[in-house]
Write a protein that binds this ligand. Structure first.
Ligand code: PEP
Ligand code: MG
Length: 564
């Protein structure tokens, strides 16, 4: 795209998952287009042959899905296997073939129309069946793509590592991201604390979101993605590529003790989603779990999990952290993490709706069961179990939650501070709660009134915003008044420069994706507590998030040395 003498073309966005990687760009395919309404077979074409094409296209789609599932792992494998099963159901194919034979409809149009009928029927049944409409649409798109020569939907199945460029990724696409093939991720939309960004970080894939012009990069162009700086350099020089590879090859580890250079202890903990990730977090040196997102165990469930099922899942995490602290968060259902058995789908503003702790107003038995399960799991394991509720907004909510935990023998009960009202009332809240953990992702969303899912608002959606830092400081003051610890478990804790600021503001523990532990530990270990406090004061006093970030980063030389 550029010659040796051209200035390099560099796109900028928001870096959401650190690290650098270079490779050829592969774009997510455009959505499969709907075949024209009423399209029929051309005169002279044999309807029987056309009907056979549908069966052949369906077989191809099934084979592709099974192939992809056999190579995938974890959640991605499950998604692909479910879709492959759906593709094997003969009813869609036979309904479409009937339309071709009976009405001489064009095969692609016939598939589209038959799928519409199936989707309508499943939607009417509600519950689990309604959730399968997404799979039917996916199968429809794959068959139509095969019939019309379009690219199949989803993460492209190419046989070499690549930089994936997309407008944004759906949860199903995200689940099929394979870090062995996707070197880096660039999106033109998508917010910095969306679950796409969180997953990219957990997988260790450098990612830049909100990148204007990303979708215009031609396939095959070599791009160097810097997920720390938030830049995408097209046609990088061999030296730049070599530098990125050298940085990526540098393996950093965490010795299991977070501290500043003058020995101020800051325990570094891990965020855990699915229980399977707990052992890896323990192996990475995490001093405990600062956030166990329990809703991740039950995202695809239409009915509430039984107490026994929950105990089995929770014990897996507690067992990986025997004798260590594990903060279990009660179900944070709603908004971007709907749980069909707990949240309704018809709220106009789900992020401001009945989510998190609020779901227990309507379904108190679900919280009761969960607390019963957590208590049983805690009794069976040796981990030091702390419990906290998400989306707490008031003092009475805190008192009620702590009381319910006590009734189950769970004595270390705390709250997440994610709503500005909770930060402002942290003094009273922490008179009841044993601890607070600041969810900076949501605290930023609600402070800045900017949807965390929207890439367009990415410059607002950052915990570097001085207003967010002021609320962190207010929460720490509330903690100090009551001699209660305040931690941070939002994505801010995984940004080494911001981690330094948070410690300077009085945050006692930092919880993050296990992959961020070595970087945060290294940078924190390069400064004294007094420096943390100085940098925190500068950040809070800054006029803008960008100023705060620039000022703090310019005073942390280790960042550049480590390529962070
Ligand atoms: C947060 O909001 O910062 C948080 C940790 O919770 P989640 O990202 O799961 O909403
Ligand atoms: Mg949250």
């Amino acid at each position: 795209m550029t010659t040796d003498t051209d200035p390099q073309q560099r796109l900028t966005g928001i870096g959401v998952s650190p690290g650098q990687a270079a490779g050829p760009v592969v774009a997510m395919p455009a959505p499969v287009a709907e075949p024209p309404v009423g399209a029929t077979l051309a005169e002279g074409l044999d309807a029987e042959q056309a009907a056979e094409q549908i069966a052949a296209a369906s077989s191809r789609a099934q084979a592709d899905l099974r192939e992809a599932a056999s190579r995938a792992s974890g959640a991605g494998k499950e998604v692909l296997e479910t879709t492959a099963m759906m593709a094997a159901d003969p009813s869609l194919v036979s309904a479409a073939q009937a339309l071709v034979r009976g009405n001489r409809l064009d095969p692609a149009r016939a598939v589209w129309q038959s799928a519409a009928t199936v989707i309508e029927q499943l939607s009417a049944l509600g519950g689990y069946m309604a959730e399968r409409t997404r799979d039917v649409a996916d199968v429809r798109d794959r068959i139509v793509a095969a019939l019309t020569g379009q690219l199949p939907p989803g993460v492209p199945d190419v046989d070499h590592p690549f930089v994936l460029v997309a407008t944004d990724l759906s949860p199903a696409d995200t689940a099929t991201l394979d870090p062995a093939r996707v070197l880096a991720l660039v999106t033109s939309e998508g917010g910095p604390t969306s679950h796409t960004a969180i997953l990219a970080r957990a997988l260790g894939i450098p990612a830049v979101v909100g990148t204007a012009g990303a979708t215009a990069i031609p396939d095959g162009t070599v791009a160097l993605v810097d997920g720390t700086a938030g830049t995408v350099t097209l046609d990088p020089t061999p030296e730049q590529v070599a530098h990125a590879a050298a940085l990526a090859a540098r393996v950093r580890t965490f010795d299991g003790t977070g501290r500043t250079s003058d020995g101020h202890r800051v325990p570094l903990l891990a965020n855990v989603g699915k229980p399977e990730g707990a052992q890896a977090a323990a192996d990475a040196g995490a001093e405990g779990v600062g956030l166990f997102r329990t809703e991740f165990c039950f995202l695809d469930r239409t009915d509430a999990p039984s107490v026994a099922e929950q105990v089995a899942q929770y014990r897996q995490v507690l067992a990986a952290f025997a004798g260590k602290k594990v903060v279990v968060r009660t179900l944070d259902a709603g908004a971007d993490k709907p749980l069909p058995f707990l949240t309704s789908t018809d709220e106009p503003n789900p992020a401001l709706g009945v989510r998190g702790y609020r779901t227990s107003w309507r379904n108190p038995e679900v919280l009761e069961d969960q607390l019963t399960a957590i208590a049983q799991a805690a009794a069976a394991e040796t981990a030091d179990v702390w419990v906290m509720a998400p989306m707490i907004a008031t003092v009475p909510e805190t008192a009620a939650f702590v009381e319910r935990c006590r009734a189950h023998g769970l004595s270390t009960a705390g709250v997440m501070v994610e709503v500005p009202s909770a930060a402002l009332q942290s003094g009273q809240i922490l008179a009841h709660a044993a601890f607070a953990s600041i969810g900076t992702n949501d605290l930023t969303q609600y402070t800045m009134a900017s949807d965390r899912m929207l890439g367009e608002l990415a410059t607002l959606s950052t915990a570097w915003q001085p207003a967010v830092l002021q609320l962190v400081a207010a929460t720490c003051r509330g903690g100090a008044q009551n001699d209660r610890p305040v931690g941070v478990c939002g994505e801010a804790a995984a940004d080494p420069a911001l981690a330094v600021v948070l410690v300077g503001l009085g945050v006692a523990t930092l919880s993050m994706t296990a992959r961020a532990l070595p970087d945060v530990a290294a940078v924190l270990g390069s400064v004294t507590l007094a420096t943390c406090q100085e940098l925190a004061a500068l950040a809070v006093a800054a006029d803008s998030a960008e100023d705060a970030r620039r000022t703090v980063r310019s005073r942390l030389p280790l960042l550049e040395e480590l390529g962070l």
